[in-house]
Design a binder for this molecule. Structure first.
Ligand code: NAD
Ligand code: ZN
Ligand code: ZN
Length: 388
């Protein structure tokens, strides 16, 4: 079968690889019908997650049709249309019982043992050996372990183009908004106008926000202005000399926003290079955006981090945090299982339109080229629907 493989730093390739087989009793083999590329895939493309190995199949957001399954799979049948959670959860451990499936204690023994910088996650598809080394879904077929927990059936009324995004982006955006505690009347500032930030903007309004401001560069903000007309924008690349993001935000919201959401990534905030420095025992600073958020929110405001960071960030403005009672929290890898049924209902009823963030429809065989375009944001590429 064809699959998109990581072939070394900054190199991905479509290759012919063996089709996956049922290995465990609760495995499902999925014939993939749709997948997409996530901002997180760029961290992997850049080789900033050290456990990637040449030939690893990428892709953690995908859906498809059940092709075959192990004898212990319940609730699914050959031919069912399903979407996969980007996390692989067991469904019955301490965290899975609380629906905090991204912290599943059983699905990824690698990260539980590794714990090299005090963080761990559940198993994830196509996301390096640190998260279990599970092959991803940017391929014609994929093996889904514990298929009856990690696949959600999709009704005929919901097309693939909409259902696919329950895999990650919709659940992640919803989680960052509700976990950080957006509520009635809040002014919300969002760093990063990628798909995660865009949907977080819509979801902030749905949870009662009175204003939403997105901070990014001109190209991304042009898209936001067109598709999300009720969102205000702040171009951090076009500030007058000497004006900070915080100062500009204070002009727009004199007391400062109630809530700040980090939907960028440590990579952009100088965070990823420091992983290697960390391994060498060097101190680094990856906290530029975090400090902007700390100084921008109003006293007792909340700051949620969804963009992916690895390890330590130094020189955080703890003074402002402490004196003004600001609350800084990590939102974690989003627990998909907590939200995907609710969000599916909202897609069905028309409350959510995931197609707003989709700019391109491509086929699997052109996916390697798409990765580079997505990286450089060429051709106005936002979120792609990869038809398989
Ligand atoms: P993306 O790459 O499409 O968007 C990131 C945006 O951040 C870009 O538009 C970029 O221009 C902008 N940006 C860069 N520097 C900035 C700055 N200084 N200020 C403001 N904006 C800046 O990514 P995405 O798919 O929207 O994902 C966003 C982040 O969320 C990524 O880090 C991704 O890894 C992470 N993520 C987390 C989870 C989770 O469960 N926690 C799940 C999915 C994605
Ligand atoms: Zn993702
Ligand atoms: Zn579990």
């Amino acid at each position: 079968m064809q699959a998109l493989c990581w072939m070394g730093k900054n190199t991905v390739k479509m290759l012919e690889v063996p089709k996956p087989r049922v290995v465990e009793d609760r495995d499902v083999i999925l014939k993939v019908t749709g997948s997409t590329v996530c901002g997180s895939d760029l961290h992997l493309l850049h080789g900033t997650v050290v456990e990637l190995e040449k030939g690893d199949i990428l892709g953690h957001e995908f859906m498809g049709v059940v092709e075959s399954m192990g004898p212990a799979v319940k609730n699914l049948q050959k031919g069912d249309r399903v979407v996969a959670s980007f996390q692989i959860a067991c469904g019955d451990c301490y965290y899975c019982d609380k629906k905090q499936s991204s912290m599943c204690e059983k699905s990824n023994s690698n990260s539980i043992e590794a714990g090299m910088y005090g963080a761990r996650t559940a198993g994830m598809f196509g996301y390096s050996h640190f998260t279990g080394g599970f092959a991803g879904g940017q391929a014609e077929y994929v093996r889904v372990p514990l298929g009856d927990v990690n696949l959600l059936k999709i009704p005929d009324s919901v097309p693939d183009e909409k259902a696919l995004f329950l895999s990650d982006v919709l659940c992640t955006s919803w989680h960052c908004v509700v976990d950080t505690g957006v509520s009635k009347g809040d002014v919300v500032a969002i760093w990063g106008a990628g798909p995660i930030g865009q949907m977080a903007a819509d979801f902030s309004f749905m949870n009662g926000a009175s204003r939403v401001i997105i901070i990014d560069n001109n190209w991304r903000l042009d898209y936001v202005k067109e598709k999300y007309p009720n969102v205000e924008t702040l171009d951090y690349t076009a500030l007058p000399r000497g004006t900070t993001v915080t100062a500009k935000l204070r002009e727009m919201v004199p007391r400062g926003p109630d809530i700040a959401l980090e939907c960028v990534a440590g990579e952009y905030a100088k965070g990823w290079a420091h992983y290697f420095e960390l391994l060498l025992g060097l101190e680094t600073d990856s906290s530029e955006i975090i400090n902007e958020m700390i100084t921008s929110v109003k006293p007792f405001g909340r700051i949620g981090i969804t963009g992916v960071y690895v390890g330590f960030a130094n020189h955080v403005n703890l003074g402002s945090l402490m004196e003004e009672g600001k609350r800084l929290m990590g939102n974690g890898q989003a627990p998909v299982h907590m939200y995907w049924e609710k969000l599916l209902g909202m897609i069905e009823s028309g409350e959510i339109d995931p197609l707003k963030m989709v700019s391109h429809r491509v086929s699997l065989d052109e996916l390697d080229t798409v990765y580079y375009k997505f990286e450089k944001k060429e051709d106005g590429m936002q979120k792609v629907f990869v038809e398989t």
